[in-house]
Design a protein around this ligand. Sequence first.
Ligand code: PGA
Length: 216
Amino acid sequence: MKELLIVANWKSNKTEKEAAEWFEAFNVEDQKIQEKEVIICPPFTLLSFLKEYKKRNNSPFKLGAQNISAFEPGARTGEINALQVKEYSDYVIIGHSERRKMGENDELLQQKTEQAKLTGLKVIYCVSNLDQEIPQGVEIVAYEPLFAIGSGNPDTPENAEQIAEKIKEKSQVKVLYGGSVTSKNISSFTDMENIDGVLVGGASLDPVEFSRIINT
Ligand code: PGA
């Protein structure tokens, strides 16, 4: 059986108080998490809080960041570099369509991937179609069609499977599907041969729904 990756992308949501409330209601046996790779990607401001929570409770989920600087440490006001992120997390999401929309292009994303690789961060690289280049060194690709993100209108599992297969023909990566994943539709995607897991946005903000997603 393949080991499923379940990635929560909290985007620009939650304060420390809200994250604490989320964990109070998050109800999954550690065993269930261990059978899968569960990666929570909070905003930067919560990485330290989640790291502490994880340590205190000896909880087996992993941590990821949602972005990193394309540059080395130095005079870059407001940037958070890969070395800083690595202190808290094992993974980083690069190339999410919401960041591409803000102007991040292939060249910048390539630089970010290089920075991540220099520090040993594993990259979850998002693409919305087969034309977007996947940089060298990426281990995990998330296929997220634009129409499916936050719309309640996911791609069909068959189409996602076809895209996943084509991505794997070109690069040796794991492929996740992302876009309106819920506890009701997750299995239809993860049952597909070439889909190794899911990237969950909106549904991961609700601890009960995210617990269901993992328990499914
Ligand atoms: P969604 O977001 O699950 O809310 O559609 C997915 C994503 O943007 O990664």
